[in-house]
Design a protein around this ligand. Structure first.
Ligand SMILES: [Cu+2]
Length: 447
């Protein structure tokens, strides 16, 4: 049984239960947001089309901006030929609304509609995306344009900025390529910011002296990206939507798949600049956007950012957490090589999903996930429906850094603590689509 057959079985088991889509009169109750999933020929540059699937005919999907604590109704219509599902990433909501079939949320069958209703929380920069299986079919799941930003407004807005800009990174036209260890990973032809290649989207317009808050989202199915704004430092103020204890200026920003970083830039260097991937070949592939100061002319300039080390500890408190976990859960990640040209499978404690051991949680307990990466890849690990605190990185303590995705570098160990405060099935997986589809996933349940 692989992830696809598992989803099919869960779906069959759920038919006829309260989790199956409920019939109701659409005309009588209007949703707050409507999303339509449909194929799209996206023009990433003049005459350059990528054939994908997107929300409401655009990439990214519409920005959902919503006050914390106010219930929301979102209708999703699936106009594609395959079952789809929308995951609300970083939200602490019930299992049946979370949008992960492995937890028991319903798939949306072709030609049907599903109504998501929940109360968005916690405040901050969240996002939404498909959680469908792709496997060998790189035209599905996270490889498509099915993603958008979800901003939950805090009750008291602390924003001391003049302009707010959301930017989404994505890579297109995936194909499988042999990596360093000869197993296959996704590689891409093009990369974009907000669905446009560098030079072909509208520039971002700023004025001298402005403080600009950038909400950066890496919506790539598998790539880690580095971004820099030529001529400017960017101060990291939040990660995965949660304010960091130690905001720090950085010459470049690292974003793993599904990570968000909120940065503030002071516009104190007039000109026409490129905000782009720090690697030349990635900017050539399209990942960049022009920033234009008022009353400035000329060609957009790129200036290489100095070599930057990215250490989460820099944004955290340097000492460990005072709180001790009630239980430590060791999770060992390994790959299984299946020969030249084959996709590797992934294991957690020696087993691939759905044959992994389900981990039982008790409500109110604090758990420490000890993530031991015994592979030569860096993995972005994501826990659904909960926020965790990063507590050690390769035995170095830290605290106060609250996230829902963390990159565990090759051959290192990272620990995160979380409070079991949201009963229901909870998925834990690598956010690299290829890795998660080939076994890198496990389920937690509450006793
Ligand atoms: Cu991975």
């Amino acid at each position: 049984m692989n992830r696809r057959t598992f989803i099919a079985r869960v779906g069959a088991a759920l038919a006829g239960t309260t989790l199956a889509p409920v019939a109701f009169d659409w005309a009588q109750s209007q949703p707050d947001v409507k999303l339509e999933i449909a194929p799209l020929a996206l023009e990433i540059a003049p005459g350059k089309l990528v054939h994908t699937v997107a929300y409401n005919g655009r990439v990214p999907g519409p920005l959902i901006r919503w006050p914390e604590g106010k219930p929301i109704v979102i209708d999703v219509f699936n106009r594609t030929a395959i079952p789809e599902i929308v995951h609300w990433h970083g939200l602490e909501i019930p299992t049946e609304m979370d949008g992960a079939a492995e937890e028991g949320s319903p798939m949306i069958r072709p030609g049907t509609q599903f109504r998501y209703t929940f109360t968005p929380r916690p405040a901050g920069f969240r996002w939404y995306h498909t959680h469908a299986f792709a496997g060998h079919d790189l035209k599905r799941g996270g490889y498509t344009g099915q993603f958008g930003c979800f901003y939950i407004e805090p009750k008291s807005d602390t924003g001391a900025y003049d302009q707010e800009i959301f930017l989404t990174l994505h890579d297109w036209n995936p194909y499988l390529l042999a990596g360093g260890d000869s197993s296959m990973d996704a590689a891409y032809d093009y990369s974009t910011i907000d669905g446009r290649m560098l030079g072909f989207g509208d520039p971002l317009r700023v004025r001298e002296g402005q403080r600009v808050l950038f909400h950066l989202l890496n919506a790539s199915a598998s790539m880690i990206h580095w971004l820099a704004l030529s001529g400017h430092d960017l101060t990291v103020v939040a990660m995965d939507g949660n304010p960091v204890p130690n905001p720090s200026p950085m010459p470049a920003i690292r974003l793993g798949p599904a990570e968000r970083v909120d940065v503030v830039g002071t516009m104190n260097h007039p000109g026409i600049w490129i905000l782009g991937e720090t690697r030349d070949q990635m900017r050539k592939a399209g990942m960049g956007i022009v920033i234009e100061y008022a009353n400035q002319q000329g060609k957009p300039r790129w200036v290489d950012a100095p070599e930057t080390l990215w250490d989460y500890r820099r944004f955290a408190k340097p000492q460990g957490s005072n709180r001790q976990p009630d239980q430590v859960i060791p999770l060992r990640f390994e790959s299984k090589f299946h020969g030249q040209g084959a996709v590797a499978t992934w294991t957690i404690n020696g087993k691939s999903f759905p044959d992994t051991d389900t981990i039982m949680l008790r409500e109110g307990q604090r758990y420490r996930l000890q993530m031991i990466n015994r592979s030569s890849d860096d993995h972005p690990l994501h826990l659904h429906r909960h926020t965790f605190e990063v507590t050690t990185l390769n035995s170095q303590p830290l605290s106060g850094l609250n996230k829902d995705v963390v990159i565990v570098p090759a051959n290192t160990t990272a620990e995160v603590d979380f409070l079991a405060n949201n009963p229901g099935a909870t998925l834990f997986h690598c956010h690299n689509q290829t890795h998660m589809d080939f076994g890198f996933m496990t389920l937690f349940r509450y006793a």
